[in-house]
Design a protein around this ligand. Structure first.
Ligand code: GLU
Length: 295
């Protein structure tokens, strides 16, 4: 086995897998196997409000139905929270994160209020950036509010990016990409309801699991700017990235994440074999026209 290649599939157990997930899983799996490497399964289950226990088994069942085998026991992020907490602690000690007390509603109101100002708030890949409200609080104010208000933690992006300096990553599809994490503003590194966020957990785990090649959809390309910065701040290695195209349906429409008609379960119930689905997704370009029982 070529230990130097390790990939992972990292679904969130918040629903059944659909064709888009299957495509990503196959790409990550096949890349590992073609290189004699390892393929790992990691459940990204840090969102207590959306995770449903029945989906862990359902996802494993769907992957097995596609004919995919993973190496070792699947990892659950929900069992690794102390690790993320420790990592966040190191960023706190370096003054690179600050507590944020804002609710979504307050942030939206502040953005709406400043939209008509001479300098409207800048936008990032996920919409308007966090306006930085809590970045300006005094230390005394922070301490006072932390004692009694729920709070998350945000990265002080200006500080962090300046400290890290110029960064880039190697992308199999896009070539050498210059990291511009500033486009995301002060991202959340710990949520009010969990001591981590997607960005922090993924960075810690890709390093801890020795992931050499992150194979995932292009919809996560922009997130890599943040991950690259966190790797630099935390002294973690940078994997190679393969941001693959997202599969589209017959009309070129991107498959929606919650398109239940395209869930693997729906295909299975329509009498289609997992092997057929996998073969259609392995075609170049993927041919999903035969997989439309609901049309
Ligand atoms: N958990 C993410 C998702 O289901 C994938 C994260 C990743 O591949 O980095 O979209």
């Amino acid at each position: 086995m070529n230990e130097s290649v390790t990939t992972r599939f990292a679904p969130s157990p918040t629903g059944r897998l659909h064709l888009g997930h299957a495509y990503s899983a196959i790409r990550a799996h096949d890349f590992a196997r073609e290189n004699g490497g390892r393929f790992l399964l990691r459940f990204e289950d840090i969102d207590p409000g959306r995770v449903r226990p029945e989906y862990y088994d359902a996802i494993e069942e769907d992957l097995a139905w596609l004919g995919l085998e993973w190496d070792g026991e699947p990892v659950r992020q929900s069992r690794r929270l102390p690790l993320y907490e420790d990592t966040l602690e190191t960023l706190k000690m370096r003054g690179l994160v600050y507590p944020c007390f804002c609710t979504r509603k307050e942030i939206a109101a502040e953005i709406a209020a400043s939209a008509s100002a001479p300098h409207p708030p800048p936008s990032g890949p996920d919409g308007a950036l966090y306006p930085g409200t809590c970045r300006h609080l005094s230390e005394a104010e922070r301490q006072r509010r932390m004692a009694r208000e729920p709070h998350g933690w945000r990265l002080d992006m200006g500080e962090a990016a300046a400290l890290a300096g110029p960064l880039s990553w190697e992308d199999a599809e896009a070539g050498l990409v210059e990291a511009t994490p500033e486009i995301h503003g002060d991202v959340v590194l710990a949520r009010k309801d969990a001591p981590t966020s997607y960005h922090l957990a993924v960075t810690v785990d890709d390093a801890a699991q020795g992931i050499s090649d992150v194979v995932r959809g292009r919809d996560l390309f922009e997130a890599t700017h943040v991950h690259r910065l966190l790797q630099a701040l935390l002294g973690r290695p940078t994997p190679r990235y393969h941001h693959h195209a997202l599969i589209a349906d017959g009309e070129g429409k991107r498959l929606a994440k919650r398109d239940d008609a395209r869930s693997l379960l729906a295909l299975r119930e329509a009498g289609i074999e997992g092997g057929e689905v996998a073969a259609a997704l392995r075609a170049d370009p993927p041919d999903i026209s035969i997989l439309s029982p609901a049309d």
